[in-house]
Design a protein around this ligand. Structure first.
Ligand SMILES: [Zn+2]
Length: 192
């Protein structure tokens, strides 16, 4: 059976057996948290368990590297919506050791794309249109620096209220151990 049908078969029995009942909650995060984490498959269950989060506890936003590539992109928008509409009161950025986005090579990704049928013409057209593919695909060299930078991007966003603590953490992808890189409580917003 293909992947989709395997998934759908599981889903039918999940719903029929009312296995969803244990997950009942509402849309507001019970612990008042919004979490931006990496999409790494090792963190699917480990991250919430290691952080003591169950269904309904947090708004969880995931992408490659727990990065914000643009202040007006969908990650930042999700955080803004989480704060103003969904009662998130603190934000955690959670990157991890051994991340696939560390030292990723944009040239290699583009070479792979060409092997999969994306033509050099297409790539040339994108570049000519002003899309900086290398910058867009690049990850980070140092996970702690990356977390600090992401925390700073959130804190300094013009629409982010100054009283929202933004924490920067690094999780170990096998033990779940969390390391604090930036505590959102450490620096009170400067008096104006
Ligand atoms: Zn990762």
């Amino acid at each position: 059976m293909d992947r989709l049908n395997t998934l759908l078969e599981h889903n039918r029995s999940f719903v029929e057996n009312r296995e969803y009942e244990q997950f009942k909650t509402d849309k507001f995060p019970g612990k008042g948290l919004a979490v931006l984490a990496c999409m790494d498959a090792r963190l699917v269950e480990l991250l919430p368990k290691a952080m003591g989060l169950k269904n309904g506890d947090a708004k969880l936003i995931k992408n490659a590297g727990a990065l914000i590539t643009h202040p007006w992109g969908s990650v930042m928008r999700s955080l803004i919506v989480a704060v103003y509409e969904l009662r998130a009161e603190e934000i955690c950025v959670v990157a991890h050791r051994d991340c696939g986005m560390r030292a990723i090579d944009p040239a290699k990704i583009l070479a792979n794309a060409q092997e999969r049928g994306i033509t050099e013409d297409t790539i040339g057209t994108l570049r000519a249109a002003g899309i900086d593919l290398d910058n867009w695909l690049k990850g980070f060299d140092n996970v702690s620096d990356s977390v600090r930078h992401t925390v700073q991007t959130i804190r300094s966003h013009p629409l982010m209220p100054k009283d929202i603590p933004v924490h920067g953490l690094v999780i170990h992808p096998s033990t779940g151990r969390l390391e604090v890189i930036v505590s959102g409580y450490a620096e009170e917003p400067a008096a104006e």
